[in-house]
Design a binder for this molecule. Structure first.
Ligand SMILES: Nc1ncnc2c1ncn2[C@@H]1O[C@H](COP(=O)(O)OP(=O)(O)OP(=O)(O)O)[C@@H](O)[C@H]1O
Length: 635
């Protein structure tokens, strides 16, 4: 694990779509729930409008007391009771508005999570290989939570808008010059808030990128805890995590400084503005008095109204500064999944539905010609598969052999349609020839099943693991579970009945041995491959002892008599069980045919065979020689 970012680097730190970016997505995601959303907006706006009258009622109460003294107590009490009534009425709108708003927010979270996960499933395997799963998980969770939180924050934004506009209108009505001054002052404060927050959005993007890298390292460390303990990696991993956390703190520290500077500006400016507005109002009233126009006394209630409306608007500016910061954060968090939304999704080539149906004929024949494939992140210029040609006949068994790194797993992935080749042509007996990579990949996806090399099992029961796979026609029936467990020799260690199926599988199958895990994965593969005419196994028995390995192959071949089976193997004593051998060398198929024929004609095959026999013999002689050596040492 290094500290350089392979995904989600600084390029992800761009700010998109401005203020309306989140609203665009909110609107798009609320389809079908828009009436509730608009209903919530109307109710919440009404609640805030009702509250605007409160300072007026309170001010009237003070004015009445000032003008009438004790005689005005009754009227003042009436004005004050209106304050309580207005507050209660506002809740009649606010409460239902919030309920609607929060329900829409929950639905939006469900949609975004589901939509992003669907998109992840439609992205090619190569995309997933290039993006760390911990980073992708973080993006999905952050993005769906952000838009949901934004949706349920609308009441705050709406109340802020009303509480800003309302007091300004009220100030204008009390004294137009004061209203005008309030507008100028608030605009200046808002501009400074936005300037601070734009800088903070940029820092939030950097912080999110670093946070994802930290998350990925944490997931790697805990997901590989056996190696961490066994290979004494704890110190190095702890240091790596600290470095990555430090990378999160670097933008955070700058953000904290900016934040304090922003709040200082907002606080001082809005207090100064409120005081100035009251002073302006008083000065205008006194000036009017001295020029003989208007009132002779400054009414305290009116002064209170100016102070209250100015403070309200000032308070809203502070709240606005705080909410804009939250908004900026939500903006950055939601945008973190743009990498998933923007990932290139190749539209599948239009094909006739028959071509996408698994071939039912039992005499299918595939002639693969001139296959070229390069991994997107390949370290070498040379394609991983370079001009591969081979033929596959339904009902026959092919052993795929070759040195480590010769391209066996890659070829199996292309043959299963999981990787789209750069160039390929396939002739079939039961269908037209296909010459475009996209059409070939789609056809292969419809006909082939690959049982991958890694035995990836999920936490749950054995039955749940088996239930997760599907044939091309749909989920396998439970009756087939026991059959698959017998074929894969799972029944050697777990009864192939309900009690066995209920056995727990913990994270990464850590409560099973490597060979047992491989057989569970194989049983799942057997279920998924039931209706495939091309079944591909990537070293399915590498972790089994040779007797179990032989039994597994015999069972597999008996269970899938009509399928074309291609299995990569390293132990060449298995070759006699296969009809043909496909030999790979440096990304090419260098020979194909029955083993006896290749032994006579293919130097590459002979070389692999000789290496295997030599390894086998030297291993045997080492073992046989050990007791003799020990005996002579003892003598
Ligand atoms: N996702 C990937 N990105 C880049 N290169 C890759 C990727 N996967 C495999 N390769 C490279 O492609 C080449 C073929 O790898 P592949 O896994 O197909 O070999 P293999 O014959 O199955 O090896 P082994 O017998 O060791 O499993 C190797 O050089 C490997 O480093």
């Amino acid at each position: 694990m290094s500290d350089s970012s392979p995904s989600g680097g600084p390029a992800a730190s761009k700010i998109r779509g401005g203020v309306f970016y989140l609203y665009q997505h909110l609107w798009a995601q609320s389809q079908g729930r828009r009436r509730q959303l608009l209903g919530a907006v109307v109710l919440l706006l009404t609640a805030q409008c009702v509250l605007l009258i409160v300072p007026y009622f309170a001010g009237r109460a003070i004015n009445t007391l000032q003008a009438d003294g004790a005689a005005g107590l009754g009227s003042a009490g009436l004005w004050l009771s209106l304050v309580v009534v207005a507050t209660a009425i506002s809740w009649l709108f606010h409460g239902p508005g919030r309920l609607l708003e929060r329900n829409v927010a929950l639905e939006i979270r469900r949609r975004i999570s589901g939509g992003l996960f669907d998109r992840l499933l439609s992205l090619p395997l190569s995309w997933h290989e290039a993006n760390h799963s911990g980073v992708t998980t973080h993006r999905l969770q952050q993005s769906s939570s952000a838009l949901s939180a934004f949706t349920q924050s609308q009441f705050i934004y709406l109340s802020s808008a009303v509480r800003l506009v309302g007091p300004i209108v009220a100030l204008w009505l009390l004294q137009p010059i004061v209203g005008m001054s309030a507008i100028v002052g608030f605009v200046i404060i808002c501009v400074s808030v936005v300037t601070f927050d734009r800088a903070m959005i940029r820092l939030a993007h950097r912080e999110n990128d670093a946070e994802r890298r930290y998350n990925a390292a944490l997931l790697d460390a805990l997901g590989n805890i056996t190696s961490v303990f066994a290979l004494r990696q704890t110190r190095a991993i702890t240091e790596l995590l600290q470095r990555r956390l430090e990378a999160v703190f670097a933008p955070l520290r700058r953000s904290i400084v900016l934040n304090e500077a922003k709040w200082c500006t907002v606080d001082v400016c809005s207090k100064a503005l409120s005081c100035s507005l009251v002073a302006l109002f008083a000065w205008l009233a006194v000036r009017h008095t001295s020029t003989g126009i208007g009132q002779t006394t400054i009414m305290l209630g009116s002064l209170y109204m100016v102070w209250e409306y100015a403070s309200q608007a000032g308070g809203v500016i502070s709240a606005f500064a705080s909410h804009f910061q939250t908004f900026a954060r939500q903006h950055a968090d939601f945008a973190s999944a743009d990498t998933i939304r923007d990932a290139e999704l190749k539209a599948p080539e239009p094909m006739s539905p028959e071509l996408l149906q698994p071939s039912s004929a039992d005499s299918e024949y595939y002639m693969v010609r001139d296959l070229v494939f390069s991994h997107p992140g390949a370290r070498s210029e040379r394609p991983t598969l370079n001009g591969v040609s081979l033929s596959l006949q339904q009902g026959r068994r092919y052993a795929l052999i070759g040195g480590s790194g010769s391209g066996k797993s890659t070829l199996l992935r292309v043959l299963s349609g999981l990787y789209e080749a750069d160039r390929i042509a396939v002739d079939r007996r039961n269908g037209p020839a296909l010459v475009t990579p996209s059409a070939v990949a789609q056809m292969l996806r419809a006909n082939a099943t690959l049982v991958p090399q890694d035995a990836e099992v999920l936490e749950g029961t054995l039955a749940e693991n088996l239930a997760l796979c599907a044939t091309h026609a749909g989920a396998p029936t439970e009756q087939r579970y026991s059959e698959a467990m017998n074929i894969a020799c799972v029944s050697d260690f777990v009864p192939a009945d309900a009690s066995g199926l209920n056995t727990a599988v913990v994270e990464r199958g850590a409560n099973w041995s490597g060979g047992q895990r491989a057989r569970i994965a194989l049983a799942r593969g057997v279920l998924a491959a039931a209706d495939s005419n091309l079944v591909l196994f990537d070293e399915p028995t590498a972790s089994l002892d040779s007797r179990t390995e032989a039994r597994v192959y015999d069972n597999l071949f008996a269970a899938l008599p009509n399928s074309c089976i291609v299995s990569s193997i390293h132990r060449l004593h298995l070759l006699e069980r296969f009809d043909e051998v496909i030999v790979m060398h440096e990304g090419r198929v260098v020979a194909q045919g029955p083993a006896p024929l290749l032994a006579a004609t293919s130097p590459d095959f002979r070389q692999l065979l000789a290496m295997y026999r030599q390894d086998d013999r030297s291993q045997q002689s080492r073992i046989e020689g050990a007791p003799a050596a020990q005996a002579s040492a003892a003598a």
